[in-house]
Ligand binder design. Structure first.
Ligand code: NAD
Ligand code: IPM
Ligand code: MN
Length: 349
């Protein structure tokens, strides 16, 4: 039997509720063929209130010793916005060099969606994870005066853009061989043209991949009017953040959207988490949909090479989606708690 060293960061709000279901699915899917050595890290709002710590260096080093990380969500209205988001979540993505933020979107027919005609939605957003406007390159002067100036300067390196673009082309080759670059090079002429030239140059090595380009504003339109046009979308950190919440909404809700923060080199563990946040509005009420986290566990299993276990979770999730669609069709949509959904998935596994 193999052993998987898993770092677990339940975090804040609905984080612990959905992670509990993700872990249930993980253990059911592995069927004891693989032992899981879980280390739970007490990081997030409660820890900060108690000790003032966000992510001590010693814990970061411990986390690095694991094969993968499962994270729920971080952020809480009881502390200033940004402390945990930057100091914990982005610190992990940056220090572990998670340059690919992989966010697949698939529509399960019959599942409630705001779209009248969703069509065949099956695309993956490859979001750059370590640069752009998230780099923390900026500052503010004369704060809280009428003369305040605040800047956030987007950082885009040839190295950083090329590696994520290459990943996206490789992924397109394994899928439907269509790639859409989303940016805003009509206005962001520095970063935008670096991205455009990189896609042109790397794309020449992938003649089988059809390349398309959309400005981000237009991309938000097509996500609603014709989402089936997309196969692989490659984009920068902030555009990818925004588009993937929209992608969650059109495919049946943000509670279904899974993600992986991948370090393709394997130098550091990759981190898997739902696309959504800590949802303070529904926290502690067992109202959160755990499917996003459960599907993130499937992405983690694929990443680690446990394909059979991943497939067990994927088909159980498919089954749950069919059950939802059937219930809607029968005029009695399912109303279930977070753990009831988790149990239903485990039963299918
Ligand atoms: P959010 O994703 O937490 O919530 C947005 C809306 O989606 C809310 O109405 C919420 O109830 C709903 N929602 C989210 N997850 C759901 C689920 N599993 N099932 C059903 N409904 C769900 O985004 P927000 O409100 O903008 O942010 C809340 C906090 O979370 C902030 O502190 C933010 O910084 C943080 N955040 C963290 C992460 C992360 O840890 N990866 C991601 C996004 C936001
Ligand atoms: C996400 C979140 C994060 C992001 C925040 C909480 C830092 O919105 O994972 O999508 O912007 O990447
Ligand atoms: Mn987001």
């Amino acid at each position: 039997t193999h052993n998987m060293k898993l770092a677990v960061i339940p975090g804040d709000g609905i984080g612990p509720e959905v992670v509990a279901e993700g872990l249930k699915a993980l253990h059911a899917a592995l069927r004891g063929d693989v032992t899981v050595d879980e280390t739970h890290f007490d990081l997030g709002a409660a820890r900060w209130h108690r000790t003032g710590e966000v992510l001590p260096e010693s814990e970061l080093e411990q986390i690095k010793e694991h094969d993968a990380i499962l994270l729920g969500a971080v952020g809480d209205p009881s502390l200033p916005s940004g402390i945990l988001e930057r100091g914990l979540l982005l610190k992990l993505r940056f220090d572990l060099d998670h340059y690919v933020n992989l966010r697949p979107s698939k529509y399960y027919r019959g599942v409630p969606t705001p779209l009248a005609d969703p069509g065949d939605i099956d695309f993956v957003v490859v979001r750059e994870g370590t640069e752009g406007l998230y780099a923390g390159n900026g500052g503010a002067v004369r704060v809280d005066t009428p003369h305040e100036i605040a800047t956030e300067v987007s950082v885009n390196t040839a190295y950083g853009v090329e590696r994520v673009v290459r990943y996206a082309f490789d992924l397109a080759m394994r899928r439907d061989q269509r790639l859409t670059l989303v940016h805003k090079h009509n206005v962001l002429v520095n970063a935008g043209h670096l991205w455009r030239r990189t896609v042109d140059r790397v794309g020449a090595e992938y003649p089988d991949v059809t390349v398309d380009y959309l400005h981000v504003d237009a991309a938000t339109i097509f996500l609603v009017t014709d989402p089936a046009r997309f196969d692989v979308i490659v984009t920068d950190n902030l555009f990818g953040d925004i588009l993937t919440d929209e992608a969650g909404a059109i495919t049946g809700g943000i509670g279904l959207a899974a993600s992986g923060n991948i370090n393709p080199t394997g130098a550091f563990p990759s981190m898997f988490e739902p696309v959504h946040g800590s949802a303070p509005d529904i926290a502690g009420q067992q109202k959160a949909d755990p499917i996003a986290t459960i599907s993130s566990v499937a992405l983690m299993l694929r990443h680690l090479g446990y394909d059979e276990a991943a497939a067990r979770i994927e088909s159980a999730v498919d089954g749950d989606m069919e059950a939802r669609a059937d219930a809607v069709e029968a005029g009695a949509p399912l109303v279930r708690s977070t753990s009831e959904i988790g149990d239903a998935v485990v039963a299918r596994i």
